[in-house]
Write a protein that binds this ligand. Structure first.
Ligand code: UDP
Length: 243
C-alpha cells in the first residue's frame, strides 16, 4: 500500500520520485492495470463540481503532485512531499520504456505536435517501441481505445487536457489488460518543442504556472481565481485539522 494523504478530501499518494517510477515499473512487469494522475489544484477545484471526475481521481492507482499548489497544501498539513512534474515523469517513463521494451502509445495534442513528438522520440531513442500514436482531436474514443488494444500497447500517454484525459484513461483501464496510463496535459507540446519548458529558476521556485501564464496570457482565467481559492481552502483545512 502506498502512503496517502488527503487534500480537501482528495487522495494524493506520498512517495519519492524514484518510488513512483518503481511503482509503475512493478505494475507494468506484473501486467496490472493502473491509471496515473498528475494532479494540480485545477483538478481538485474541477472535481469538487464534477462527481464523476472526483470518482476517477478516487480510484486512480497513482496520484502524484504535479502542481506546486498541491505540494504547498500538503506542507500546510506538515507533510513534506516533493513535486513530481508530469513533464519530468513522462521523460523518465520514456527511458524506462526504452530500457525495458514497453510498448508505448501516444494519444493527444494537435496532429502536427503528435507527429513531431513521434519523430523526435524515434530519433533520440531508436529502440523505443512506439506502437501507436494519434492526435487528440478524435470523434469516437471507443475507436481509439480499440486501436490501442490492437496495438498491444502497455504504456499509454494521453495529452487531452483534464478531465478529458482522466476519463479516457479510466475507460482504458476497464477496457484493456496490463496497461499503465498517464494523463499529461500540455506535456506533448513541451516534449515536441512547440512550447518552451519553464526555465530552471521558475522550476526551482515552483512557478512554472506563472511562466506558462506569461507565455500564454489566455491561461490567466484558468489560474485565477482557482489557485488562490485552492490555497485559501487548503489553509482553512490545515488550521481546522490542528484544533
Ligand atoms: N488537447 C487535445 N484534445 C482536446 C483538447 C486538448 O489533444 O480535445 C490537447 C491540446 O492540444 C494540448 C493538451 O491537450 O496539447 C492540453 O493542453 P492544456 O494546456 O489545456 O493542458 P494542461 O496542461 O493545462 O492540462
Amino acid at each position: 500500500m502506498i502512503n496517502t494523504a488527503k487534500v480537501q478530501g482528495f487522495k494524493i499518494n506520498l512517495l519519492k520520485y524514484e518510488e513512483a517510477l518503481n511503482f509503475v515499473k512493478t505494475s507494468l512487469d506484473n501486467g496490472e492495470n493502473i491509471q496515473i494522475v498528475t494532479i494540480n489544484p485545477e483538478f481538485i477545484e474541477a472535481a469538487k463540481k464534477n462527481p464523476d471526475f472526483a470518482n476517477v481521481l478516487k480510484y486512480a492507482e497513482l496520484v502524484v503532485p504535479d502542481g506546486v499548489g498541491i505540494k504547498l497544501a500538503l506542507k500546510f498539513k506538515g507533510i513534506n512531499q516533493e513535486q513530481i512534474r508530469g513533464v519530468d515523469f513522462a521523460q523518465s517513463l520514456i527511458e524506462l520504456a526504452d530500457k525495458n521494451g514497453y510498448k508505448l502509445a501516444l494519444v493527444g495534442a494537435k496532429p502536427e505536435v503528435n507527429t513531431k513528438l513521434v519523430e523526435i522520440l524515434s530519433e533520440k531513442y531508436p529502440n523505443l517501441n512506439i506502437v501507436y500514436s494519434h492526435d487528440g482531436y478524435f470523434e469516437n474514443e471507443d475507436v481509439i481505445i480499440e486501436e490501442i488494444k490492437k496495438s498491444g500497447a502497455n504504456l499509454v500517454f494521453t495529452a487531452l487536457g483534464a478531465p478529458k484525459q482522466e476519463f479516457f484513461n479510466d475507460k482504458l483501464k476497464v477496457s484493456l489488460q496490463g496497461v499503465a496510463s498517464i494523463g499529461l496535459g500540455g506535456t506533448f507540446d513541451v516534449m515536441a518543442g512547440c512550447v518552451k519548458l519553464a526555465p530552471p529558476i521558475y522550476r526551482k521556485l515552483g512557478l512554472e504556472w506563472l511562466y506558462r501564464t506569461i507565455k500564454q496570457p489566455e491561461r490567466f482565467k484558468r489560474i485565477f481565481p482557482t489557485l488562490p481559492l485552492f490555497l485559501f481552502h487548503s489553509i482553512i483545512e490545515a488550521l481546522g485539522s490542528k484544533d
